[in-house]
Write a protein that binds this ligand. Structure first.
Ligand code: DLZ
Length: 204
């Protein structure tokens, strides 16, 4: 059989994640496949220099819950960051009013654990059953996640497998049962998060 032409082109720029904060929000349905995808994403985040303490992982029951959870996770990190900024400004103001010497530098070169997320990876595995449930959830989740990223301006990586069979899902997590184990798409999602998180900083 001819080799497949599918897949992204090799990255021309290697993006550096050392300043980024990334959330992974994953569903718990089909956990064997989910676990491998999350591992793949984390491995590539770390390879791209995202610090372990800046990778936050949260879970929800199923893929249908992903858009709401991503939206809340992004909003909470933005609120926390602006509250901290207000506290820091207050602290700097207090120091200035007590002491006429220049205020200390309050920003740090490494990403603060309360900075807003630069990107979120939503991971779910939908496997078709015998009813229309699959079609409805696939549609709702893909539109929901697109809406979250456009509404918030925070990139949301679409890490949702929409598989027609168990084998399709396993192969896309590098767990194929045949000779061909397949490729772990979680790795691509980790790299996409670093690229989009870095690019979004430039667009801000
Ligand atoms: C109910 C359900 C079914 C049948 N299949 C899947 C699936 O293959 N993958 C997945 O992530 N979630 C599934 N769910 C759960 C729904 O996503 C959702 O959690 C429930 O309907 C509760 O809102």
């Amino acid at each position: 059989m001819a080799e497949s032409i599918k897949g992204p082109s090799p990255l021309l720029n290697k993006f550096d994640g050392s300043e980024l904060r990334v959330a992974i929000v994953h569903a718990r349905w089909n956990h064997l496949v989910i676990d491998a995808l999350v591992k793949g994403a984390v491995a590539k985040l770390k390879e791209s220099n995202v610090k372990e303490h800046n990778i936050i992982i949260q879970s929800v029951p199923g893929s249908f819950e992903l858009p709401m959870a991503c939206s809340k996770v992004i909003a909470a990190s933005q609120i926390q960051a602006s509250a901290t900024a207000t506290d820091l400004m207050g602290a700097a103001g207090a120091l200035l009013s007590l002491d006429p010497t220049p205020a200390p530098v309050l920003s740090s070169s490494s990403p603060a654990s309360n900075q807003p997320f630069d990107a979120v990876i939503a991971i779910g595995v939908l496997i078709k059953g015998s009813t229309m449930h699959f079609e409805y959830i696939c549609d709702a989740v893909s539109h929901g996640l697109m809406k979250v990223q456009l509404d918030t301006g925070t990139p949301v990586i679409f890490g949702v497998l929409t598989a027609l069979t168990d084998d399709q899902a396993l192969e896309r997590a590098g767990l194929g049962r045949g000779e061909n184990k397949g490729h772990n798409h979680g790795e691509d999602w980790g790299l996409a998060a670093v690229e989009m998180g870095s690019r979004a900083r430039g667009w801000a």
